[in-house]
Write a protein that binds this ligand. Structure first.
Ligand SMILES: [Zn+2]
Ligand SMILES: [Zn+2]
Length: 147
């Protein structure tokens, strides 16, 4: 086997490790979405089931669900949202904090960011975002299943 070709990881495959339970539709339907693009802070979503999630743009950039970023995280053992190890970051003199230069809705199910580093391959579905909610309650729940 000398040529494997380009490995195409579908978004579904890339998110499979997170998709351990089926979420109710109200849990993956945003009631209200606030993208603080001008402020450069992050995204907040109020879900139909009453849950609230918030992420910084830096976190979301590090949680990019595209195949390339997913594979890169997989190889280095990083969780979605975790920052790259320092050694890598030190190679750059100055790294501007991640923020989107463009935010585009994708149908009714997702949002796409064009980041200030030029990357724009990631499509953040509501389901993905809900699954990577890192509020205290969700973190405790997720840590609890692992520990
Ligand atoms: Zn990506
Ligand atoms: Zn949560």
């Amino acid at each position: 086997m000398s040529h494997e070709g380009i490995r195409i990881v579908s978004t579904e495959e890339a998110q499979r490790d997170l998709a351990d339970e089926k979420l109710p539709i109200a849990a993956v339907t945003p009631q209200k979405i606030r993208v603080m693009k001008t402020e450069g802070t992050g995204v907040e979503i109020d879900w139909k089931d009453g849950h609230k999630s918030a992420w910084t743009f830096a976190w979301l950039r590090n949680a990019c669900p595209c195949a390339t970023c997913h594979e890169e995280r997989d190889k280095s053992g990083r969780k979605p949202g975790a920052a790259k190890p320092k050694a890598q970051a030190l190679l750059m003199l100055y790294e501007a904090p991640p923020r989107p230069v463009e935010v585009t809705p994708v149908g009714k199910y997702a949002v796409k960011f064009k980041w200030n580093d030029g990357h724009e391959a990631g499509i953040y579905s509501w389901e993905y975002l809900r699954r990577v909610c890192h509020c205290d309650a969700c973190l405790t729940k997720r840590e609890g299943t692992k520990a």
